[in-house]
Design a protein around this ligand. Structure first.
Ligand code: ACO
Length: 411
């Protein structure tokens, strides 16, 4: 429902739309979701086809530039991204300044903003001009370079956020490995020397990255666009998106799923947990979605990927509890009535089986989502008519005019 409020700056209807349930803020060509039918397409291509036939980096190109790359375009894109994966040695001091128990999302969010301080050429505030909305060859090239840097360095920053907490030396990005292979190498998360990524795990991570690459105007993509609408540099905007993703209602949910499963323990405790959720004493993380009113199409691919990973790593001990929870919720009238189904966040079980710590899961969401954030940023910068600053209105319900009272006269 709208509320009418007249004032000097705006005459007409002002709509109070808490949570933006019905507000479309732009026209987009990037990602299509039909939440009732469970359809997800990137630039028109069904997610099911991309997950089987494409790769995360090829899909990144598709999302950002609008079409599948030719062999040459892909090779250049991949080479540029891998070339830009190295971080300046000074950044080590920045990482070392965090406490040993800092949450890796706090480190990553800070590191993304920090990274921007290296590239004044990409900062419209410092350049005194809008670099990105012109659309000419020179500004498109500057834009591309920031895209390569952010995608290339996202894995390196993430691996540094991981290693610093263990007091370990940082690893220079290797050459000759794939995007996820290089990431796993830098993480060296199993603690082996001369770590060579297992090809099945490398591929599984690539599929999960592809599934997480974009999801239209979720909270973090919207944050990136809101922030970018002031024409700030893309590093700051992506850092803002990362902060938004950190929350447990968004990217933090995959970490929350594991905490929830651990707290439930055995499958026989599931019915009591479901009752507590229905009484609103507990939250069923990994269920429900603003847009999907049926199963998230990504959840089927996650399940298939889990089977492949578990063949290598062994089955996660929480899997039986997760399946019991899934089956109980899908049969329960409370969840059926509200159209609550599993979202993509159950992939935490795969990350756990691969040996990543629980609090690292949101980072494994943020790294691939950098792609989607940049696709939205680029589209916004190049939209016809230029960028208009995002400045929503409010319905003011506070005090009417009051006169200041001296401190001694206050009661
Ligand atoms: N468990 C129990 N009840 C739920 C859940 C849940 N996970 N999700 C929604 N509901 C209930 C709400 O209480 C509400 O009930 P009511 O109408 O009786 O008050 C109804 O379902 C509608 O839910 P809303 O919160 O209004 O839906 P909204 O679109 O605002 O929120 C959200 C969506 C935030 C994802 C929500 O479903 C949720 O909190 N889920 C758990 C956290 C989670 O998994 N987040 C990840 C989302 S996906 C992603 O970011 C990758």
């Amino acid at each position: 429902p709208g509320e009418r409020e007249e004032n000097e700056t705006s005459k007409g209807l002002r709509v109070a739309d808490k949570g933006f349930l019905n507000t479309a803020v732009l026209r987009s060509e990037i990602t299509y979701i039909d939440g009732e039918a469970g359809v997800l397409r990137y630039r028109g291509y069904p997610i099911e086809q991309l997950a089987v036939q494409s790769s995360h980096l090829e899909t990144a190109y598709l999302l950002i530039y609008g079409s599948l790359p030719t062999k040459h375009q892909f090779q250049t894109f991949q080479d540029e991204i891998m070339h830009h994966s190295v971080i300046h040695a000074d950044a080590e001091q920045f990482f070392r300044s965090f406490r040993y128990d800092a949450h890796p999302m706090a480190i990553l969010t800070g590191a993304l903003a920090y990274l921007g301080s290296y590239y004044s050429e990409a900062n419209p505030s410092l350049q005194g001009q809008n670099l990105f909305t012109k659309g000419d060859k020179a500004s498109l090239a500057i834009m591309d370079k920031q895209i390569y840097r952010l995608i290339g360095k996202a894995t390196t920053l993430a691996a540094m956020a991981y290693r610093v907490r263990q007091g370990r030396e940082f690893v220079t990005p290797p050459t000759g490995l794939s995007y996820t292979g290089s990431f796993l190498y830098q993480m060296d998360h199993l603690g082996q020397e001369n770590y060579v990524p297992n090809p099945v795990l490398e591929k599984a991570l690539d599929v999960l990255f592809l599934l997480h690459a974009d999801h239209e105007l979720n909270a973090s993509a919207t944050t990136v666009l809101q922030t970018s609408s002031s024409l700030v540099d893309p590093f700051s905007a992506v850092a803002a998106g990362c902060a938004s993703l950190y929350g447990p209602l968004h990217g933090g949910a995959n970490e929350a799923v594991i905490r929830m499963l651990i707290s439930i323990g055995k499958p026989e405790n599931v019915p009591a947990f479901i009752e507590a959720v229905k009484k609103r004493e507990k939250v069923l993380s990994g269920f429900g979605h603003r847009v999907y009113k049926t199963s998230d199409p990504r959840s089927f691919i996650v399940r298939k990927t889990a089977d492949e990973v578990f063949k290598i790593t062994g089955k996660d001990e929480l899997l039986d509890t997760a399946m019991a929870l899934h089956d109980a919720a899908m049969k329960d009238e409370y969840f059926i009535k509200r159209k609550l189904a599993p979202n993509v966040d159950f992939c935490g079980l795969i990350y756990r089986a691969m040996g990543f710590p629980n609090d690292f899961f949101p980072v494994l969401f943020a790294v691939p989502r950098v792609v989607g954030w940049l696709a939205h940023w680029r589209q916004m910068m190049l939209q016809p008519g230029g960028v208009k600053i995002w400045r929503p209105r409010q319905i003011f319900v506070g005090a009417a005019k009051r006169d200041y009272v001296q401190v001694d006269d206050r009661i």
